[in-house]
Design a protein around this ligand. Structure first.
Ligand SMILES: [Zn+2]
Length: 495
């Protein structure tokens, strides 16, 4: 199947990635860990842009940019340099942003995603380094705001801006691309995607191969998908009514799910870019081999290895490598000698399913347990241990607990906020698999108590057997093996 893109939709993304795992900001010694600091507490004359200060470039930020370039299979510039992008806005006290212009550190990369018609390659035009401005906090909605507060804690944080080619054809592909990119960046251990503002996206979109409109500063991947869906619909409506799409910048109002016109789009000339005289051009070419050596195994390679090494399905391998913490957690379980296929099922299907149901996201892994955040980004006191899975998998593999009981154990571990072990839960709840003697006794009782269903079954209503199996499971509180219960029932019904 080839996706024809009948509406000529072209989407390109610009992603600002904050290197929030670096200890310090881009040009000064202020801490990068500002998310819980009081407003404007983590600032200094450099990141406040006071006259007479000089920037000192953070070596780790350059290293991170090279890593990103290599991971995206891009070309690293032999020589690169910084420019000033001039504009006047309160989030930028210097009156210019230090960024890169015609000599970005990375060009021509790619990311392969699961597209509308199989594997789809999204070209990366460039990736460059720049500093983050401060943060404006509007009082009320952006259009009717009576005032604005400014927090400069974010000012001077290291950013990498990644720009894609307009190769994305649907809002869903945009979201998949962002998920994949976030995953790659987390593998590189340069940013924590769970922190507020870690990844901010501008999306360019056009329909019928026409004029493109930019939607600024969307903070979630789901938000990008929704904003694009809305904007595509809006553009098609304008054209249907004989109107013309104008090149402009729009804001996405997450609450109302609409885009609002902010201003007509600036051209590069408006920014009067010129070379940053306070920073020397950099030759990074000699540095590339040593950075390459530090590159970890990336998601696609890990995915292929998991299938090969653990003989698990493509789907399980994809789920387990979708987050570096989860992949590490799974490998720690396998390293303890448990069956990797069963461990994959209980981790990828049951545990992840439960986390989804509870709106929990994995936030970290310390080698022994994974920890969770709720979807609003709040840390919560809950975890799941490697040892929990190492206890549970053999119990299930050896037939000591039933399918249903194993699910119950996983739920109970999460309910107990990671306090109780599988052994303890199985004992407290009496979840050990019912012995055959007990099942056979309960089957006899069930047949005696449900004469109606028995008659129906004997009269040819096959479905009644399922009802009887259900009764046996209920009486044994789910500890019976459903297959054994069915066999015993069939025997009992014949006799
Ligand atoms: Zn500072």
């Amino acid at each position: 199947m080839v996706y024809e893109n009948p509406e000529g939709i072209k989407i390109g993304l610009e992603i600002h990635v904050q290197l929030n795992k670096l200890k310090t900001k881009m040009f000064c010694g202020c801490s990068s860990d500002y998310h819980n600091a009081a407003p404007n507490a983590q600032t200094c004359p450099i990141c406040l842009g006071l006259p007479g200060t000089l920037p000192v470039l953070n070596k780790k930020a350059v290293e991170a940019a090279i890593k990103v370039g290599l991971a995206l299979e891009g070309e690293i510039a032999e020589e690169t340099q910084f420019h000033r992008k001039n504009y006047f806005y309160p989030d930028l006290p210097k009156g210019f942003q230090v960024t890169q212009y015609d000599f970005p550190i990375v060009s021509k990369g790619k990311v392969v995603i699961e597209g509308e018609d199989g594997e789809h390659v999204i070209g990366i035009t460039r990736a460059h380094m720049e500093e983050d401005p401060g943060k404006l906090v509007h009082l009320g909605s952006i259009e009717k705001s009576k005032g604005v507060l400014i927090n400069y804690n974010r000012s001077g944080m290291s950013l990498i801006e990644i720009v894609t080619e307009p190769d994305i054809r649907t809002p869903k592909e945009a979201r998949r691309f962002l998920d994949k990119l976030r995953n790659i960046l987390e593998y590189l251990d340069i940013f924590d995607g769970n922190l507020e503002g870690a990844m901010r996206v501008d999306a360019n979109v056009s329909v019928y191969w026409g004029t493109r409109v930019e939607i600024k500063n969307i903070s979630s991947h789901k938000g990008v998908e929704r904003a694009l869906l809305y904007e595509i619909m809006r553009q098609k409506n304008v054209i249907r009514h004989g109107g013309k799409i104008i090149q402009e910048t729009r804001h996405y109002d997450e609450g109302r799910g609409v885009t609002i016109s902010l201003r007509t789009k600036e051209e590069a000339e408006d920014y009067r870019y010129f070379r940053e005289p306070d920073l020397m051009p950099m030759r990074v070419v000699g540095w590339i081999p040593s950075v390459r050596e530090t590159l970890p195994e990336l998601p696609d390679a890990k995915h292929a290895r998991f299938i090969e090494e653990y003989c698990i399905t493509d789907m399980h391998a994809r789920a387990l490598t979708s987050k570096i913490m989860l992949a590490d957690f799974y490998e720690s379980i396998c390293a303890k000698g448990v069956d990797p296929k069963i461990a994959a099922t209980w981790t990828a299907d049951v545990l992840l399913g439960e986390l989804n149901y509870r709106d929990l996201a994995i936030s970290s892994y310390d080698g022994k347990k994974i920890f969770f955040l709720n979807t609003k980004g709040m840390k919560i006191e809950n975890s799941f241990k490697v040892s929990d899975m190492v206890e549970l998998v053999p119990l299930f593999a050896e037939g000591k607990i039933s399918d249903r009981s194993a699910v119950e154990v996983i739920r109970s571990i999460l309910d107990s906020k990671g306090e109780k072990s599988p052994f303890r839960i199985i004992e407290e709840k009496g979840l050990s698999k019912a012995e055959d003697d007990l099942v056979s006794k309960v089957v006899a009782e069930t047949i005696a108590e449900n004469t109606g269903a028995v008659q129906d079954y004997l009269g040819g209503a096959e479905k009644s057997l399922n009802f009887l199996v259900g009764q046996v499971m209920k009486k044994t509180k789910g500890t019976a093996d459903a297959k054994t219960a069915r066999e015993f029932l069939l025997k009992g019904l014949k006799g």
